[in-house]
Design a binder for this molecule. Sequence first.
Ligand SMILES: C[S@@+](CC[C@H](N)C(=O)[O-])C[C@H]1O[C@@H](n2cnc3c(N)ncnc32)[C@H](O)[C@@H]1O
Length: 263
Amino acid sequence: MALLQKLPTKLIPRKLTRLRYKSLVLIETFDRPAYAYALFQAAMQACALNHDKISIIEFGVAGGNGIVALEEYADAITRFTGMEFEIYGFDTATGLPELQGYKDIMHQWQSGFFPMDFDKLQSKLKKAKLVIGNVTDTIKDFYTKYSPAPVGAIMFDVDLYSSTKASLQIFNTNSENLLPRVRCYFDDVSGNEISLSNEYMGEKLAISEYNTQSADRKITPVYHLQAKSRRKKWYPRSFVHHMYDHPRYCEFIAKPMQDSPLS
Ligand SMILES: C[S@@+](CC[C@H](N)C(=O)[O-])C[C@H]1O[C@@H](n2cnc3c(N)ncnc32)[C@H](O)[C@@H]1O
């Protein structure tokens, strides 16, 4: 059963093909298959649209295991696609900010949970940039301050409704800053026995409120993952931000010339 054991990110094979990487994701060989999947799919779309660089964001970094894994997956994907990545991690560095009521799931979370050891993390990071401060503030000038490559995938893991709502402002920008379809991962939509998370609080509420704001920008589940016979924990947490009015949304990116001859 060696193949089913988790593959420490440092041991990702140096020589990978698209097919091999995809199969490693699907059998959950990576520590964080949802992250590995989102990056790969973002890169595939970016390749099809002839981009050479995209940005990846993690909202909620804490100790940094997630962002370190993102760097490793990005490196692996660069090796077999040539796609380059910029990686950004948003965090207060001091842990969860003040909670603002039941929608922030106060029966599960408390201010100060998940502080970051900034120096330790910074010394481990190869290229990711840490955007430190409350996301409510740091999101405002992110695009002007960093001029990032178009955003292709975002990991949302700030736990609270109020912080997720603030993070979703990342989509409040013009089309040059976003791929037409941005891969998203929402870590807390399913919740657990304590949170009993639902559509009236937490990440789910932030998503549904976002979806009422514009007819052209919607966050939807990745339905085909949910239709698979063997369900994985991360499938219902995988989403896509669709920018239907993106000038490149309708560009054809599937296999050319498909047919279904009469047998
Ligand atoms: C569960 S931890 C993230 C874990 C990390 N994604 C991982 O996989 O290792 C949640 C993080 O979100 C951050 N956070 C929550 N609300 C925030 C806000 N409004 N602004 C910035 N960071 C916030 C906290 O500081 C905390 O480190």
